[in-house]
Design a protein around this ligand. Structure first.
Ligand code: ZN
Length: 311
């Protein structure tokens, strides 16, 4: 059995103030808030999901906002950059927009493959907008001052920072079916499936200082499984290869398993189905607090303990 995730499913990160998080991702970056729910493992903490209109796999960035959380620090053992795909002619638009809105942003850089704009959210989390040819995904059309032609198309790449590149690269290629697609000194890129936007991982090696996972850093990276039956087989395969993998968790909008890569980054494999319209209509996604059936009995208590947000 070969484990072959066909892309990034979602990235989950830690934020501080939930309102500031909602404002940044919906109003500045123009993503759709597709779900207001709670961390199922700690229901007094929000879990906010952003994505395209449907919350399609490979478009999703999610947050656990935790008011007053210590700021984290980039370093080894963490996913240190989350890149989104934008059309090639849109980098200038996004650079101007970031400057106008007072967002911390660097000057656009041209790499071997593409133009990249680096910016930081209100918690200092590193985001990249990568100019991508041929990304046919449509962005979310719900934000008035972002023309659809410039809208964010979905996730592009996740970058992992590691002390040692080889053990992580080994897991990606030998266990998770990824293909080495590029290598420069101390850095390697890997593709899933057909590769391209939403299906690539970058690993930076030689990062000596250990990262601190806290506010403004990534909590875990999830990869896509087509369905539950496939994921069950992958879970067995991981176990047989000696990887300490969790049981299958019901995340309501997908099913999940978790394990760590050798450098310490928490990986998840999540199913594409059933998706975010399982408990509210597509047109109304993200407007109200949604809870899985097993937390419904505690709704009142949970709602009272959550900091208020306006969307
Ligand atoms: Zn997750």
């Amino acid at each position: 059995m070969t484990i072959t995730p066909h892309g990034i499913h979602h990235v989950t990160a830690i934020a501080s103030d939930p309102q500031s998080n909602v404002d940044f991702y919906t109003k500045v970056l123009g993503l759709r808030l597709v779900k207001q729910t709670v961390n199922f493992d700690a229901p007094h903490v929000w879990h906010l999901y952003y994505g395209d209109e449907h919350g399609s796999p490979a478009s999703i960035l999610t947050f656990f906002p935790w008011p007053g959380v210590t700021p984290g620090r980039e370093g080894s053992g963490l996913a240190t950059a989350t890149a989104f795909s934008v059309p090639p002619e849109s980098i200038g638009f996004w650079h101007q927009r970031a400057l106008q809105l007072g967002v911390q942003v660097e000057a656009p850089k041209t790499t071997v493959d593409s133009e990249v704009l680096t910016l930081f959210d209100n918690d200092g989390m590193r985001l990249e907008l990568v100019a991508s040819e041929g990304d046919s995904r449509s962005g979310w059309d719900g934000v008035g001052d972002i023309p659809l032609q410039h809208a964010v198309r979905g996730l592009h790449t996740v970058t992992l920072s590691e002390r040692m590149l080889d053990p992580t690269a080994g897991m990606l290629t030998e266990l998770l079916g990824m293909k080495l697609s590029g290598e420069t000194s101390g850095m390697a890129s890997f593709d899933m499936g057909q590769g391209g936007a939403g299906a690539s991982v970058q690993v930076i090696g030689g990062v000596q200082d250990r990262g601190l996972q806290a506010g403004g850093t990534v909590h875990h990276v999830a990869f896509r499984a087509p369905d539950l039956a496939t994921m069950e087989l992958w879970q067995q395969e991981l176990l047989s290869r000696g990887v300490s993998v969790t049981q299958i968790m019901d995340r309501q909008y997908f099913k999940s398993i978790y394990f760590r890569e050798p450098g310490g980054v928490l990986f998840e494999i999540a199913t594409d189905d059933p998706g975010f319209d399982i408990d509210e209509p597509l047109l109304e996604l993200g407007r109200k607090l949604k809870l899985p059936p097993w937390l419904e009995p505690s709704r009142e208590q949970i709602a009272m303990s959550l900091p208020r947000i306006e969307v």
